[in-house]
Design a binder for this molecule. Sequence first.
Ligand SMILES: *[C@@H]1O[C@H](CO)[C@@H](O)[C@H](O)[C@H]1NC(C)=O
Ligand SMILES: *[C@@H]1O[C@H](CO)[C@@H](O)[C@H](O)[C@H]1NC(C)=O
Ligand SMILES: *[C@@H]1O[C@H](CO)[C@@H](O)[C@H](O)[C@H]1NC(C)=O
Ligand SMILES: *[C@@H]1O[C@H](CO)[C@@H](O)[C@H](O)[C@H]1NC(C)=O
Ligand SMILES: *[C@@H]1O[C@H](CO)[C@@H](O)[C@H](O)[C@H]1NC(C)=O
Ligand SMILES: *[C@@H]1O[C@H](CO)[C@@H](O)[C@H](O)[C@H]1NC(C)=O
Ligand SMILES: *[C@@H]1O[C@H](CO)[C@@H](O)[C@H](O)[C@H]1NC(C)=O
Ligand SMILES: *[C@@H]1O[C@H](CO)[C@@H](O)[C@H](O)[C@H]1NC(C)=O
Ligand SMILES: *[C@@H]1O[C@H](CO)[C@@H](O)[C@H](O)[C@H]1NC(C)=O
Ligand SMILES: [Cu+2]
Length: 575
Amino acid sequence: MADFSGFNQSCQEKLPLVIACMAFLIATAMASKIHTHTFVIQSKTVTKLCATHNIITVNGQLPGPTLYVSNGDTLIVKVFNKAQHNATIHWHGIRQLRTAWADGPEYITQCPIQPGGNYTYRFTITGQQGTLWWHAHSSWLRATVYGALIISPTQGESYPFSKPDQEIPILLGEWWNANPIDVINEATRTGGGPNNSDAFTINGHPGDLYPCSASDTFRVAVKTGQTNLLRVINGALNTDLFVTLANHEMTVVAVDALYTKPHKTQVIMLGPGQTTDVLVNFTKTAGRFYLAARAYASGQGISFDNTTATAIFEYSKGSLSTSVTPKLPKLPMYNDTKTVIKFEKSLRSLASVDHPVSVPQKVDENLFYTVGLGLINCPNQSCAGPNGARFAASMNNHSFVLPKSMSILQAHHFGIKGVFTKGFPDNPPLQFDYTSKNISTGLWFTEKSTTVKVLKYNTAVQVIIQGTGILVAESHPIHLHGYDFYIVGSGFGNYNEEKDSKKFNLVDPLKRNTVNIPVNGWAAIRFVADNPGTWLFHCHLDLHIGWGLAMVFVVPDGPDYVSTLEKPPSDLPKC
Ligand SMILES: *[C@@H]1O[C@H](CO)[C@@H](O)[C@H](O)[C@H]1NC(C)=O
Ligand SMILES: *[C@@H]1O[C@H](CO)[C@@H](O)[C@H](O)[C@H]1NC(C)=O
Ligand SMILES: *[C@@H]1O[C@H](CO)[C@@H](O)[C@H](O)[C@H]1NC(C)=O
Ligand SMILES: *[C@@H]1O[C@H](CO)[C@@H](O)[C@H](O)[C@H]1NC(C)=O
Ligand SMILES: *[C@@H]1O[C@H](CO)[C@@H](O)[C@H](O)[C@H]1NC(C)=O
Ligand SMILES: *[C@@H]1O[C@H](CO)[C@@H](O)[C@H](O)[C@H]1NC(C)=O
Ligand SMILES: *[C@@H]1O[C@H](CO)[C@@H](O)[C@H](O)[C@H]1NC(C)=O
Ligand SMILES: *[C@@H]1O[C@H](CO)[C@@H](O)[C@H](O)[C@H]1NC(C)=O
Ligand SMILES: *[C@@H]1O[C@H](CO)[C@@H](O)[C@H](O)[C@H]1NC(C)=O
Ligand SMILES: [Cu+2]
């Protein structure tokens, strides 16, 4: 049975509504399910790209298990850490109402599950449907510890489009011919950039354009006349990815588990963390077609993995033979920012009666955060970054450092001092020409801190996220835990309040949990702080979060039961 104590209590508080409450309770109890899963984090030997490797997996699978649930269901996932690394699991995009303890980022909402330890994540999916995913949120473990989390509409409800003939999760990953934890540890030791990855993967398979990978290719059989739903998830660690399917048009119908107006396109682009649902009509009579994914590299002069992952879609009538060479789609150039911006600007919330928008029309908190790279000095300029310094990254010139002794949520909940400081600035400490090609070296150096911004419960928040050109301008996929937000505007250059705020879309803007900040540009997001907890706001390139491109919003409890954080679970890991 699900835990309905919350609804019971709110029922008791409103006696006149008790009958309606009881009816609601019974209906909910009948429709919703409890799904119990066991995740064993364990090492596994795999052969990939001409060599054998030991990788960390969930239950020995790459990707890990796909979880299928419905809106309203409860998930109970018992995680056992049988690997030699600290681990946590984050349920990317799940709102975690009252259950911030189950969100997962290490030292933000919990201490890591140490080798030999275990922790049970419990949460209920409330008012969400579509394609999300789960992944490790500790060091670079998510390189191989990730999987899909697919939420169907509540029983009796349906998609805002015809039911597809097949639904196919497409998880994009990033692969190193090395232990990814060694790769990041090496970079942290030297202060320089990490080694590039060696491949991208589709459902764990690099595809036959890579050496020794002909049989390590994801293949899908399709039938003429089918309309299929591809649930594309960018699980890559550090790379934005273009995705196209040869000779087939895609129709985007949702992003980050939120429906969009249908939009036809040849190519989609996803930053790490983002999901995109597309419908494809399979109208050919026969043939084999590549689905291909490769980098969108927004930063000039930064080396990147320029390889291409492929999967094969093959019409099952007559042509399953592997002797037919699949057709390769035309992919945009690696630096094709124009295509990215055109694609993203074309997406709008569905804004239907069943899926309405509720953009805050006025804001209580108007925040302006710069995001970008920076440097930290090393003794005797002995580091491997520019000028003998160490690479860093920051928001409003605060380079975020995780606490060590306990999580920020524990410190907040129990009122323990000395774990974090309040007063993350609402504006950058210095104003400068953020997107200039010639930013003075005096501005390159940043400082470490563990600083949070407290948002009063239910405040309407706007954040202007302004990219900087410090060291190099890049697009950053900025992810907010615990919330979805509306992207009311975006553009190149420096945000101009006077001019740009007039052009905001407050009618049907896209809503999602991860926004790509245009390279050398900005984006404006809005949300209502109606979820109590401590919520990480960060770049979803694991390289950048480790360098400090993060901060935390602390949202205290609201006035009633449904806006009050639960007690911490008794098995919450200790540091
Ligand atoms: C889970 O961890 C607890 C300690 O936190 C331990 O007492 C218990 O035995 C562990 N359970 C299993 C099945 O390993
Ligand atoms: C990174 O690449 C260099 C050069 O190829 C190699 O020597 C080194 O071992 C790599 N580091 C890791 C952790 O794989
Ligand atoms: C698929 O084809 C049908 C019939 O031509 C059309 O009505 C529908 O809109 C198409 N769907 C997509 C996603 O292209
Ligand atoms: C990929 O980069 C390598 C150098 O790292 C270069 O030799 C090669 O030509 C590039 N390939 C493509 C397709 O751009
Ligand atoms: C993209 O890269 C190509 C080839 O490296 C270069 O010629 C072109 O100028 C670049 N375009 C942009 C917009 O940076
Ligand atoms: C820096 O270099 C000087 C001179 O080479 C040396 O005496 C000193 O120990 C070095 N300091 C550190 C922290 O490495
Ligand atoms: C860059 O800035 C420096 C000092 O601020 C100035 O001397 C130089 O002329 C500038 N270069 C360009 C290309 O604007
Ligand atoms: C960030 O702070 C450091 C240290 O206080 C300072 O040197 C630097 O100029 C600041 N940079 C920016 C962009 O504010
Ligand atoms: C693992 O977590 C424990 C508890 O927080 C911490 O003391 C330890 O340093 C962590 N290990 C690594 C390798 O980060
Ligand atoms: Cu970033």
